[in-house]
Design a protein around this ligand. Structure first.
Ligand code: PEP
Length: 256
């Protein structure tokens, strides 16, 4: 089954809107048309940069997809400090990360909240990138498959029918995020294959269609090996997405 890999740059809380524009321009300079033929590339700046990045992408007809890092599930209302999916859709956002482990750990998001956000993103014709992954303790005690399975089932529970086919899942072991320690390609493949079969048990038709990214200290040196795995359809990249040259080398991992 041919699934176009999705390489996503999660900038987290880094870069103001001037720096964001510079990074997008440098990145665009580093990439060639054939790079975008092989993969989709989404950029996830902080909220305050979205309009600037969107304007640059549109004006220069760049082939980046615009992404957000989070959103609220309601369309509008008394939710001080929150951003609604309708607002993101109006900015031509394509992909929204939901349930990143930093949001789960630092902002109290559980599967129920993540499921509500994922459904809201889809309801506004954007694609959720639903993050799941076990902690080091959970892996060391042999619970990783059960934990990740429960996260997948819980986080996708409000997504109906064929909408599931287009969802992206990011398998991000928490112990690999921002640590420089990457899961081995074999371990990442095993978990992504497990996730695919869990998705298949929710909806059989989605099994070959849903895309599953790996995330956790992806860099230009390990991207090729990870993405050569049959059930890994791209990468969610944090630190290495903040420099144009390293992110570009991850995007064109096939040329390495
Ligand atoms: C992330 O932010 O989702 C991530 C995987 O970060 P890093 O690549 O820095 O580990």
């Amino acid at each position: 089954m041919d699934r176009t890999p999705l390489i996503s740059g999660n900038w987290k809380m880094n870069l103001n809107h001037f720096e964001a524009i510079q990074l997008v321009q440098k990145l665009s300079y580093e990439l060639r048309n054939h790079d975008y033929d092989a993969v989709e590339v989404s950029l996830h700046p902080p909220y305050t940069d979205l309009r600037s990045v969107q304007t640059v992408i549109d004006a220069d007809r760049m082939r980046f997809q615009l992404g957000a890092q989070n959103c609220h599930s309601e369309v509008s209302g008394a939710f001080t400090g929150e951003i609604s999916p309708a607002m993101l859709a109006k900015l031509d956002v394509d992909y929204v990360i939901v349930g990143h482990s930093e949001r789960r750990a630092l902002f109290g998001e559980n599967d129920e909240i993540v499921a509500t956000k994922a459904a809201a993103v889809l309801a506004h014709d954007m694609t959720p990138i639903v993050c799941v992954g076990e902690t080091l303790d959970e892996r060391e005690s042999g619970q990783e498959a059960t934990i990740v399975e429960a996260q997948v089932v819980g986080s996708l529970k409000f997504i109906e029918g064929e909408k599931l086919d287009g969802v992206v899942i990011a398998y991000e072991p928490v112990w690999a995020i921002g640590t420089g320690v990457t899961a081995s390609a074999e371990d990442a493949q095993d978990m992504c294959s497990h996730i695919r079969s869990v998705v298949g048990s929710i909806r059989r038709e989605s099994i070959d269609l849903i895309r599953i990214q790996y995330g956790g200290s992806v860099n230009p040196a390990n991207a090729g090996e990870l993405m050569a795995m049959p059930d890994i359809d791209g990468a969610l990249v944090g630190g290495a997405a903040l420099q144009a040259d390293s992110f570009a080398r991850i995007v064109n991992f096939k040329d390495a």
